[in-house]
Design a protein around this ligand. Sequence first.
Ligand code: N01
Length: 537
Amino acid sequence: MNSAERAGQGGEVDVVVIGAGFAGLAMANRLQENGFSMQGFEAGGDVGGTWYWNRYPGARCDVQSMEYSYRFSEDLQQQWEWSEHFSPQPEILRYAGHVADRFDLRRHFRFHTRVLGARFDEARGRWIVATSDGAETVARFLVTAVGCLSASNVPDIAGLDSFQGLLVHTGSWPHEGVDLAGKRVGVIGTGSSGVQAIPMIAREAAELTVFQRTASYCVPAHNRPLDPADAAKIKSDYKAFRDHCGKQFGAVTGEPGTKSALEVDDAERKRIYEEAWARGGLSFQGAFYDLSYDMKANDTASAFFRDKIHEIVKDPETADKLVPKHRLGVKRLCIDTGYYDTYNRPNVHLVDLKQEPIERVTETGVRAGGKDHPLDILVLATGYDAITGPLLRMDIRGRGDRRLRDDWADGAQSYLGLGVAGFPNMFIVSGPGSPCVLTNMIYSIEQHVDWIADCLVHLRTQGLNLIEADETAQETWGEELNAMAAGTLLATGNSWYTGANIDGKPRRFMIHLDYPAYVGRCEKVAAEGYSGFTVAP
Ligand code: N01
């Protein structure tokens, strides 16, 4: 009988893991390797997390395939073959399934089962985890592996419920697909998801109306089949490649530029921007080293985008609307395939919500700026209640029945993004306060999972049963993060990074900006016998 079966019969497990995305799978693998019993829960019908849900047309990763994959098994990374430079969603989902099969991980999870809440029973020193199937599972440790972008943001737009056509969110796209052919489709939202979906939808739909509140900075992906020679080169010493990634700020390749945008003349600046554009991808932001903090340097990037958009988009009025009005770096760069060019199609219409705000959704479409836009399908590409959202949608209660929701009412607090004071024996994978969304997620997930597994082994070896972040260590960590983020565009902007995209959410930037330094800190904490945590028998 495996640990999942024991738990199903009211048994107790060492660890409950919430989520079977890349974090949950990696955690299950490490727990299994180390002989811990576990019960995993997953709301979806299978493994894959974000890649299970995000099946919208054009969904694709913006970190290159050879990097966006696990490094824990040399055989796996040698044998798995990616077909494209940036992997499409179906291939990443197949990869997750392959990993689950290969390491026999599915047996640890109960699918179609959502965790509703978890409470720490102080007297017993156990977590009691309540799930949507009505069951309660008892565990010594709780690991949340719920993802940072998994709680969809459905905006409070008047009349949304009254729409009689098909309403879909990119983050929960119907598995059977959506028949777009000959339909009038509307898309609200032009972040990464919208920017990927819009060109694909435009090809199939009869008419596509895009409702844009904020124009995004979009850089071409220049996606292509993966060159077997490039893959072979990386595989010839995959470890060295991974180690190199781990030394970068975001655990991804792409060296930042060595020049200031202001130290070169106009022609040279344009040449360097054009080169970055031709290379494509997120590394555009590093074309010059000072784009993120020197506003004059930043202005040169905005000017480049303005010219580029006007070069691509034939109608000058539409091009004007597509030119971002905020600074490059305030929001995440979008990586596109034919996004701007899509607006040259006769069946694509752009509504600038700053000029023509949405008044309401009606039974038959969207009314904006006094005009009705009839629609058969309305796509919400409106993003996520990021990082804290998936944690706070569950009712997590720690010591003395204190609720995580209350503790985080003014913003998240954590120690290392891994533990929270008052919530003993709970670990968060990619939590607020860690580098999480500013890294190659699979890379930083593995670091967290390894740290947690090593910690559990340490506790077991030392005969210890309790680990809990100290309030003071947590406060100091928060201060360190604030100091690190002070003045950066990312930390001050209106975006999901700061919580500004969700009405009523406290604005707090809780992302560590330097992955290698963060890893060093985690290692130091562990080497010091988990300094900043209380560990006890
Ligand atoms: O979400 P977003 P996303 N009325 O929050 C608009 C990752 N990701 O799903 O900016 C009208 O970025 C909102 O407008 P505004 C990636 O990290 C990666 O696109 O708030 N509009 C914005 O335009 C990414 O950053 C990949 O003014 C409303 C859009 O909806 C993150 O996920 C692919 C509105 C939301 O954009 C989130 O991306 C996809 C309203 N009431 C996602 N509410 C890749 O790997 C919101 N909006 C490539």
